[in-house]
Structure formats: C-alpha cells, structure tokens
Design a protein around this ligand. Structure first.
Ligand SMILES: *Cc1c(COP(=O)(O)O)cnc(C)c1O
Length: 364
C-alpha cells in the first residue's frame, strides 16, 4: 500500500530515518562505553522497544506502572520504572509483575516508598531493584544529593526483597536549553551532584552498582562524565519540532525527524487551508507542528482542525488543494504518540509495518 492511500490523520514513522537514528545512538553508546536503556515513554510500543534491544539496548525505561505491564505483556523483560510509584495498588502490581519479567526496577525518593515496596514484594514473594532518585537540578522528583540519598540506599538494602541498584539522576529541565554551552553547564552541575553522592555512598561503605540518566538533549555530556553507566534517551528515535530548535555544538551527532502526522486538506479558502489534524492528532504543549510543504505555517489548532497559512518567509507556497496529503512534524513527540492507536511504518512511500502503541493511555 502506498503512503498516499493511508487514511488520515495517521501517525507515520519514516523507517529509514528511524533506523539511522537507532544506529547512530547505538554506535555512540558503544564508543563511549555506556549502556543504553531508552525511554519507552516516548513510543509506548513493544515493537520499537524490541528493535532498540536488537540494537544493543539493555532494556527500557518507562514512567508508569501500567506502561511496564503493557510492555511486559508484549514480551519486554527488562524494565526500569524511572519514576515514583505511590499507593498500595500500584506497588502490588509492580511486585507481581516482578515475577513475570527477567528484571524489574523502580525509583524511590522517600523512606515511605521503600516501606511500601518492601511490604508489596514480601506479600508477593518477589524481588525488585530500587534506584534512589536524586534531584540534580530539575526540581521535580528526587531527594537531595549526598547524605539523604545514602540513608535511602541503606534503607533499601535493609529490606528483604529489595536491592539497592544505584542512582537515578535525570536533569529534565536542561534538555531543551537552546544554547549547547549553557546546556553543558547545567549538566555539568548535575554531574557534580552525582559525584558528590557517589562519594557519600563510598564513605558509607555502600557500592553504587549503576548511575542512570540523560536525555536526547544532553546524553553526550553524561556519557563523557565517567560517572554515568546508562543513558535513558527517549526522543532521539523520533525527534520533534521542539528538539529541532535546540542549538548543537559543532560536529554534534545528528538525529533525523522520523515521526510525522499525516494529514489531509479538508477545506480551502482564499488565504488559508484546513487540515484534518488538530489537537486530538498531535500535542501542542511544546508549540505547533511544522509543515512539510514549502511556504505553509500551521497557525492554529482546534479539536479536529488545523489552520494553515501561506507564509512567504517559508518559501513560495506549494499549491495545496482539497484532498492533498501532507506531513506534519509534531511539536512534542511523546504526548503525540499517546494520541494514536497505531504507528504506520513507511519506507520510500510504501507502508511496511503497522505497530500497535501497546501502552497508549497507560496513565496508572
Ligand atoms: C523523558 C525522560 C527521559 C528521556 O528524555 P528525552 O528528552 O525524550 O530523550 C529520560 N529519563 C526520564 C526520567 C524522563 O522523564
């Protein structure tokens, strides 16, 4: 089937670009001597997780208990929930899931979290790897680096069924700092906080098996630090309009846009056209999508409509008649994927694969 025959709006994956992104990241990690555990919150798709593992990833990260369950049900067997899991029901699900996969890990930033997970694994007669999440500058989840993190690590070690697996240290707010030197500075500060925590663990006589973190905007810096063992990059497989606005150092690795929303022109007026991909087909939290058609700007989104204006700054506008199909580059890849049931893989304008977004809507 030709790309032109796909019913729209549809989530499209350019397989050539996607595969080049996978190879670029795998070769980078190999040369840098760090492991890859890509973040599956980006794609929520077991088929893509499997391909990442075929390309050398040691497993995947997820953000939610239900994401872990959905990917495990589809055969992914090494999963790290890189987030805080709160509540007896979720702890029970995780503790039970731990018996069905080769390896399951989770992050904590509170002694009560360790108690809850400890009780759940005891009841389920299972085991969990637990990372202490430290706040390295994002000021989202995470305990203070240093002494408090050591106390949590000791508490994990004291609980039957829990193993202290290392440090979770993700600096999310640095990923989209546009200036690469400024971004490097923010990650440098994060790396210092990891160092300090590793030293505090060592002084307390506790080995730190692994430090994990990094995103698509910053992984080069974490990888060069000598302190991070594992990169949890997510967006690099797809990229998006927000990441396209990041500045890069000379000779930086390039990742290609592989994710698109395919849309159809449903109406045409004197000065604008309307497409069938609005807020329910792509996410606008990080800005409006870019249009892959010369001379057009996506100007306004409503539920099921997108209004495109001709914009001379973007070149001479190509003619877009009713029925024309065009590709959009989503503002933010992760929440866009979560709006779709399927991702349609195309190569040279021909459909090659249709993969379910297994963990779509897995919020719990
Ligand atoms: C989103 C996220 C990532 C991946 O970030 P990208 O910018 O998509 O590469 C990694 N780790 C955690 C904890 C995240 O929340």
């Amino acid at each position: 089937m030709a790309e032109a025959a796909i019913d729209t709006p549809a989530l499209l994956l350019d397989l050539n670009a996607f595969e080049r992104n996978l190879v670029t990241m795998a070769q980078f990690a190999d040369r840098a001597g760090v492991q890859l555990r890509p973040h599956a919150k980006t794609h929520k798709c077991a088929a893509i997780a499997e391909i990442q593992i075929e390309h050398g990833a040691v497993g995947v990260c997820v953000q939610k208990t239900e994401e872990a369950c959905a990917l495990a049900a589809a055969g992914i067997d090494d999963i790290f929930v890189s987030n805080q899991i709160v509540g007896a029901a979720k702890c029970k699900r995780l503790a039970e899931l731990a018996k069905r996969v080769r390896r399951l890990a989770v992050a904590v930033d509170d002694l009560r979290g360790i108690d809850d997970l400890g009780a759940a694994v005891q009841a389920a007669d299972s085991r969990l790897d637990v990372f202490v999440e430290i706040d390295v500058g994002q000021h989202r989840c995470g305990v203070a680096p240093g002494r408090v993190a050591v106390e949590l690590a000791q508490a994990i070690g004291a609980r039957p069924g829990l193993r202290f697996a290392g440090l979770q240290a993700y600096q999310g707010s640095a990923q989209h700092i546009r200036d690469p030197r400024e971004r490097a500075g923010a990650i440098g500060a994060a790396i210092d906080l990891v160092h300090l925590t590793r030293e505090a663990l060592r002084d307390a006589g506790l080995p730190c098996p692994r430090v994990t973190g990094a995103g698509t905007g910053s992984f080069v810096f974490e990888a060069a630090s000598g302190t991070f063992d594992e990169l949890q990059v997510g967006s690099y497989v797809f990229m998006d309009a927000d990441y396209s606005r990041n500045g890069n150092l000379p000779n930086a690795l390039q990742f290609e846009q592989s994710l698109f929303v395919l849309t159809t022109v449903i109406s045409r007026a004197e000065a604008h056209v309307v497409v069938d991909a609005g807020l329910k087909a792509h996410s606008t939290d990080s800005g409006l999508p870019l249009v892959v058609a010369s001379g057009w700007r996506y100007a306004q989104a409503s539920d099921e409509h997108g209004k495109l204006l001709a914009d001379a700054a973007l070149g001479a506008p190509v003619s877009l008649d009713r029925g024309a199909q065009i590709r959009l580059i989503p503002g933010h890849c992760d929440p866009t994927v979560n709006l779709h049931d399927w991702i349609v893989g195309v190569r040279n304008d021909v459909v090659e694969s249709v993969w379910p977004i297994d963990a779509r809507g897995a919020l719990g």
